[in-house]
Design a protein around this ligand. Structure first.
Ligand SMILES: Cc1ncc(COP(=O)(O)O)c(C=O)c1O
Length: 453
């Protein structure tokens, strides 16, 4: 019988996260304080994040122990299975083996709880009482709501308006796990009111929602803010995906030629790929591909520059690929990929040619996502479709070249709460948004004011 799934026993779960900052081929540029232009220190970040997470953010230790209190919660669904997509392979009829890490098995249905649980744990240890955050598609908001409930913390989520309207069930998941969820832009903050005054129908963006969450959080001294992607410590927590995958591939005597993930802020992609990027830095011949939407082409068309993480310019200046902090992406259905920036770690690795970005249009990604559901059964999240589009491209390339390839990708989440987007696709309402060149010029002007990384 063919082996479809590779499992790890619970006692084989990785006990340390991998920190790529220890292996970077060249040093990364530091985040800058917008006022002084100097690198930010831990004290600058202290009003926003708990100190134990700030320590992780700046750490250069290669391996960081996962606390027992975190492992205990992760074991509710981890280790996640590594699966082979035999049926999709058959459809593609290419000389490739396709493996995927199924992160859709977590309670909220994506990779997001890997860091939500860790962040809630560290906040609890630090003494935080309430966590504020933003969410795009609602995956992150629901993951953090669950994690806060697990550790007895309050949680308030600013949800990007377009997703709030498209995905009411995510809001209900957040409520079920005890959190408060408000659409952003809202009238509860200065940042939100300003946007609404300019455009009462604003679809919102992650950049706006981040500004609202930080502003609201700063009014409560027992509260801290939490981000579901982009930052070093978030990517660190996600590396459990790639570390498990390495053990699972080893069990069946395989190693990937290509590693793929979709990329919004970069966390699920980093989670799978960074342990493999380490191998590449040490000489392995492996291709690592980040798949993003053509409508929000941060890595493929945005400049590498210092920019703010949010619209109201509250965050430090981060060295990253960016479309400009004031960029409002088109309301595409992969809400989790609508972010103007990209994790500094991923941006740096692109600069070092360890990782490459590729962009795919909305209709193309839905087309392959539906094909996946019709062969492999599991219905993917619209974000995950982008990774599948890159898998198909790689498989077709292998066919053209007549080369056998092993492809590994991150199946970042299921789409069962995103069926409204499938409805839009089937009824012909989905369209492609290609970003006009003027938007890139505008981004260049925005970031041209800041220092160069
Ligand atoms: C299922 C899924 N995949 C991918 C992403 C993109 O985020 P990131 O790039 O941080 O993994 C999201 C974000 O919400 C998501 O929900």
């Amino acid at each position: 019988m063919k082996q479809v799934k590779v499992f790890l026993n619970e006692d084989e779960i990785p006990r340390q996260w991998y920190n790529i900052q220890a292996d970077m081929p060249t040093p990364m540029s530091p985040p800058l304080h917008p006022g002084t232009g100097k690198p930010v220190g831990p004290d600058d970040l202290a009003p926003i994040f708990p100190m134990n997470l700030i320590e992780q953010e700046v750490s250069t230790e290669r391996w960081i122990d996962i606390p027992e209190g975190v492992l205990e919660k992760l074991l509710l669904w981890r280790p996640s299975p590594l699966c082979r997509a035999y049926n999709f392979e058959k459809l593609l009829d290419a000389p490739v083996k396709i493996y995927y890490k199924n992160e859709g098995v977590s309670p909220p249905g994506s990779h997001k709880p890997n860091t939500a649980v860790a962040q809630a744990y560290y906040n609890k240890v630090f003494g935080t009482k309430k966590i504020y955050t933003e969410t795009g598609a609602g995956q992150w908001g629901s993951a953090l709501s669950m994690a806060c409930q697990m550790f007895g913390l309050e949680c308030k989520v600013f949800m990007v308006r377009v997703s709030y309207d498209q995905k009411p069930y995510r809001r209900l998941m957040m409520m079920t796990w005890g959190a408060e969820c408000v659409p952003s832009p809202s009238d509860q903050t200065e940042a939100g009111r300003k946007i609404l005054a300019e455009n009462p129908d604003s679809p919102g963006s992650l950049g706006i929602a981040i500004s609202e969450a930080i502003e609201d959080m700063l009014t409560d001294k027992n509260a801290r803010y939490s981000l579901g992607s982009v930052l070093n410590h978030v990517l660190l927590h996600q590396t459990i995906i790639g570390l498990e995958a390495q053990k699972q591939m080893e069990k069946i005597g395989e190693y990937p030629d290509v590693v793929i993930g979709c990329a919004g802020g970069g966390s699920n992609f980093a989670g799978l790929s960074l342990p493999f990027a380490r191998d590449k830095i040490h000489g392995k011949d492996i291709k690592i591909v980040a798949a993003e939407p053509a409508s929000c082409p941060t890595l493929t068309r945005g400049p590498f520059a210092y920019d703010f993480g949010d619209l109201a310019m509250t965050t430090p200046l981060l060295p990253m690929h960016t479309l400009g902090h004031d960029f409002v992406p088109a309301p595409i259905h992969a809400g989790g990929l609508r972010y103007h920036g990209m994790a500094p770690i991923i941006s740096h690795l692109v600069k070092e040619n360890i990782i490459e970005g590729r962009a795919y249009s909305q209709l193309e990604t839905f087309d392959v996502g539906v094909k996946w559901a019709r062969t492999e059964g599991h219905i993917p999240a619209p974000e995950t479709h982008h990774a599948i589009a890159a898998v198909v491209e790689e498989a077709m390339r292998a066919k053209e070249e007549g080369k056998e390839k092993v492809i590994l990708f991150n199946w970042s989440g299921h789409g069962l709460v995103d069926l409204a987007s499938y409805d839009a696709y089937f009824s012909g309402k989905l369209v492609n948004y290609e970003l006009p060149e003027e938007e890139i010029k505008k981004a260049m002007e925005t970031v041209g004011k800041y220092p160069k990384p």
